[in-house]
Design a protein. Structure first.
Lengths: 280, 58
């Protein structure tokens, strides 16, 4: 029997709200102190874990390979998903990642520029030159000599500290739009133009930034996961523990929103202790 | 930052959420959370001491 002083309102609605956003169910019920505790503690743990892992602690389980499900990853995500909306976005990212249109692109609709870092190697006047480049890449839609849509453009920046400018060939490849890395790889040929003819003189490879919402909570393959583990070491486990514990704690919060506190209001022991005094 | 310091917010959050899901009265939640927090930290400290003793001179 729930203590009549606990305002559960509509427990099912409160439970759903508590699942979606920790603390929201209690806020709806007017239990503000508890709403604050649940929101701060659970979301605090979850986002601390995320931040420690470079915002890569949560991924929905990958698609089954050869009909075999990865049970460990399913269990990991099950615990995290109890945090609600902050973790459920991983399911959206999973469907975006596995969508048929998420493939490396070789054509674009609009030109765009982005910061770029990488390496270039080309045949210059003094022989082969190579080095690290940093600057801005500009990609634009073009048509190849056979009329096929493609990507070309240019790069302006520095190579080993010296100002350089490259024209890129019409066979530039850009990595998938949705991937678990904040870096989007680009591979392009460097060309020069003489008498209207383009000559391939080298190659440029590197990466430009990928928008946060295109890599956040996107499923990682085994190699990416091992790389993250190598980078973070024991902090990776810490981050996972924080996000799992946050999810499991929210189950307690959901239960509290639906059923009320497990042991009662909390002042029953005091009342029982006071009762003999009041009767004598 | 040493990874051990992360135990403090973890223990504090677990104590607060666990106690909040058991009771409704604010003062009871705070008192019992503080007690549970101290118990967790003391228990972990005890385990640390045991591990240190076992690894002495290793």
């Amino acid at each position: 029997m729930v203590d009549p002083r606990v305002p559960l309102k509509h427990p099912v609605i409160a439970g759903i709200l508590a699942f979606l956003i920790p603390g929201a169910g209690h806020f709806y019920q007017g239990r503000l102190f508890k709403a604050c505790i649940y929101a701060v503690c659970i979301l605090g743990l979850f986002f601390t874990g995320m931040a420690v892992a470079g915002w890569k602690a949560v991924q929905a389980p990958p698609k089954p390979e050869n009909g075999r499900r990865n049970v460990v990853k399913i269990l990991k995500y099950s615990a995290q998903s109890a945090v609600g909306l902050p973790a459920l976005y991983a399911l959206v990212q999973r469907s975006r990642f596995y969508a048929v249109e998420n493939v490396p692109i070789d054509q674009i609709d609009e030109p765009f520029s982005a910061p770029f870092e990488g390496v270039a190697e080309y045949r210059g006047e003094d022989g082969i030159e190579s080095g690290a480049i940093i600057g801005t890449i500009r990609l634009e839609p073009v048509q190849t000599e056979f009329g096929k849509p493609s990507i070309a453009g240019g790069f302006i920046g520095t190579m080993d500290g010296e100002q350089v400018e490259f024209k890129l060939s019409a066979h530039t490849e850009v990595a998938k739009p949705i991937e678990a890395s904040e870096r989007r790889e680009v591979l392009a040929g460097i060309v020069t133009e003489k008498e209207g003819q383009q000559n391939l003189i080298g190659q440029l490879s590197g990466h430009m930034p990928r928008p946060f919402m295109d890599w956040y909570q996107v499923p990682m393959d085994d190699q990416e996961e091992q790389e993250l583990h190598r980078e973070l070491g024991k902090f990776h486990e810490l981050a996972m523990v924080f996000t799992w514990v946050a999810g499991l704690l929210n189950i307690l919060a959901i239960w509290d929103a639906v059923e009320g506190p497990a042991y009662g209001y909390g002042d029953e022991e005091k009342e029982q202790a006071e009762e003999p005094n009041t009767t004598t | 930052m040493n990874i051990t310091w992360y135990l403090l917010p973890l223990a504090a959050s677990v104590s607060l959420v666990w106690t909040s899901s058991r009771y409704e009265a604010t003062d009871v939640i705070i008192k019992r959370s503080a007690k549970l927090f101290a118990q967790i930290i003391l228990f972990m400290a005890l385990i640390l001491c045991v591990l240190l003793a076992l690894s002495y001179n290793l």
